[in-house]
Design a protein around this ligand. Structure first.
Ligand SMILES: Cc1cc2nc3c(=O)[nH]c(=O)nc-3n(C[C@H](O)[C@H](O)[C@H](O)COP(=O)(O)OP(=O)(O)OC[C@H]3O[C@@H](n4cnc5c(N)ncnc54)[C@H](O)[C@@H]3O)c2cc1C
Length: 509
């Protein structure tokens, strides 16, 4: 059942489980638990949809490098950021967990992979691309990210009937959590407010914060401040070790056989309206893992001209459930010859055709060094419309990050030159100064993590391996902010697996 707090005055409610945030993972676990008979109440800051590209409540201050992702990379509405994301889904590797010293094992999480695939209606099967490439150097493998159909990318679409029909779930829109009251070691009561002054006060046996990495951290900092610093006194890492992946173009690819490159690196069309795209990853047992952090690399086109952008804008409008604009339609007509060829490729080769004369590049997307200096903290000057301090982000790439990018680029070049790929295109490294410039002005790429990290002890982390906040008995955090390291893949598949584990543990207890 969906409710709107606006116009409701002052409400008081109680429930078994109160979830903060009906976004990608909050709505996912809330719906699953409601289906299992648990009374779930979800407080969602946004409305049914977010039509604009930014939201007033996501305003952030940057004290070092820009971290634009906090402003343009998160969405306040039912389904949260899943209403806009790229939806490339694949698991982390064992080594990401082991080398990142995660307190939970790969197997404990990865056993949920097939179940997550089923919810998103992803095709089953391996994530390895059987490339038939003749590689002399075995440091790298080619892997797929799986992409669900456009409809299933939005978690709200997957659970629409549960959300509207199941009596166990109550979602309150326009309910921004602003206050936390702790009694003894437990969270007793939280308050959410709406723009018109209405408020809802919730008592629950269990609370879960799933408000996205940046906002989950900010909410923990607010809780901490409002309750005599009960979290940070015990867990000094709160807000610190904030990370993202650093994404840097390191080489141009000069095509020798563009058709072959397109067949390998173009988006693959699959059954069930699924898609796949290809990336390089270090082999599980590659020696280079000993001196380079986890990363993946993709062949992308630097400029989107040549038909592709027009087609993408058209489908983006559809993803946002909007009617494409006149400009979008005009763009499609203008690119008709390319589109007709793309349709032929779609059915003959099952690939998304590259734009005409694409400027191909290799992008390295690398786990950032975990540093206490990179952090989220509460602004001492600026407040949001509910009078609460907004988030400040102090973040940048380090010198070590820069060195790691260069090492990775060298290894990748060596791999390329010693495989059949060299027959299809030339790996032309960009100049050192160009790469250095790009690293200096690196920005986030929507994979924030680390700032409420998991740890074996309260001194080390904010939550334990089962996501329990060390200092508060009935509170858990489910967000990529608990990841102690960034890993070598996009984070959301792993987040959803943590979500399913949370559901199992909740039902067991
Ligand atoms: C353009 C883009 C492309 C991406 N592509 C990929 C990709 O290809 N693969 C991948 O793995 N990941 C990708 N990501 C990242 C992915 O979208 C996120 O990891 C994921 O959506 C995070 O889910 P979440 O539930 O933690 O946060 P969200 O989905 O953002 O949900 C948080 C929810 O909490 C609500 N909320 C916030 N504050 C409050 C409050 N105070 N009170 C109540 N509610 C609150 C918000 O309104 C929101 O609905 C991409 C992100 C972007 C922006």
């Amino acid at each position: 059942m969906i409710n709107n707090l606006i116009g409701k005055g002052k409400l008081i409610k109680s429930t078994d489980l109160c979830i903060i945030g009906a976004g990608t993972v909050g709505l996912f676990v809330g719906s699953l638990l409601a289906e299992k008979g648990i009374k779930v109440l979800i407080l969602e800051s946004g409305d049914m949809t977010q039509d604009s590209e930014t939201h007033e409540l996501n305003k952030t201050i940057y004290t070092k490098n820009f971290y634009h992702s906090s402003n343009i990379g998160r969405f306040r509405c039912l389904g949260g950021t899943s209403t806009r994301w790229g939806a490339g889904m694949l698991p982390f590797s064992i080594k990401d967990f082991e080398n990142g010293k995660w307190p939970v094992t790969f197997d404990e999480i990865n056993k949920y992979l097939i179940k997550v695939e089923k919810y998103f209606d992803l095709n089953s099967g391996s994530y390895l691309f059987k490339d038939n490439l003749n590689n002399i150097n075995k440091d790298f493998i080619l892997k797929y990210a799986k992409l669900p159909s456009f409809k299933n990318r939005n978690v709200y679409n997957i659970f629409k009937s549960t959300v509207h029909e199941n009596q166990n779930i109550q979602i309150w829109l326009n309910s921004t959590v602003t206050k936390f009251d702790k009694k003894l070691n437990s969270l007793d009561n939280i308050v959410a407010e709406a723009q018109d002054g209405s408020s809802i006060s919730i008592k629950a046996r269990n609370f879960l914060i799933s408000a996205g990495a940046i906002e989950s951290t900010r909410l923990m900092l607010l809780l901490d401040k409002q309750n005599e610093y009960c979290v940070s006194k015990l867990s000094p890492s709160l807000g610190k070790y904030f990370c993202d992946h650093i994404s840097i173009p390191v080489s141009d690819i000069i095509p020798k056989n563009i058709s072959k490159l397109n067949k390998i690196f173009g988006y693959h069309f699959e059954r069930n309206k699924n898609m796949k795209n290809i990336r390089f990853e270090m082999s599980e047992n590659a020696n280079i893992r000993d001196f380079i952090p986890p990363f993946f690399a993709r062949i992308v086109f630097a400029d989107m001209d040549g038909g592709y952008e027009n087609l993408r804008n058209f489908f983006r409008a559809i993803q946002k459930k909007k009617i494409p604009t006149f400009k979008d339609f005009f763009g499609i007509i203008k690119s008709l010859p390319w589109i007709l060829n793309a349709i032929r490729w779609r059915f003959m080769n099952k690939r998304l055709l590259f734009p005409q004369n694409p400027a191909l590049e290799t992008n390295i997307i690398m786990e950032q060094e975990s540093l206490g200096l990179n952090k989220i903290f509460l602004s001492s000057t600026e407040k949001d419309l509910y009078g609460q301090p907004i988030a400040s982000i102090e973040w940048s790439a380090s010198e070590k990050d820069a060195k790691n990018i260069f090492k990775a680029a060298d290894c990748l070049k060596d791999f390329w030159n010693n495989s059949d790929l060299n027959e299809y295109g030339i790996f032309k490294m960009k100049s050192k100064s160009e790469i250095e410039k790009l690293i200096k002005k690196a920005d986030g790429i929507h994979h924030p993590s680390g700032s409420t990290r998991m740890g074996n002890t309260k001194e080390e982390g904010v939550v334990d391996k089962d996501l329990n906040v060390f200092s508060i008995d009935n509170l858990k955090i489910l967000s990529t902010s608990v990841f102690p390291s960034g890993g070598g893949a996009n984070p959301t598949m792993t987040l959803m697996m943590f979500g399913l584990r949370y559901v199992d543990q909740f039902l067991d207890n």
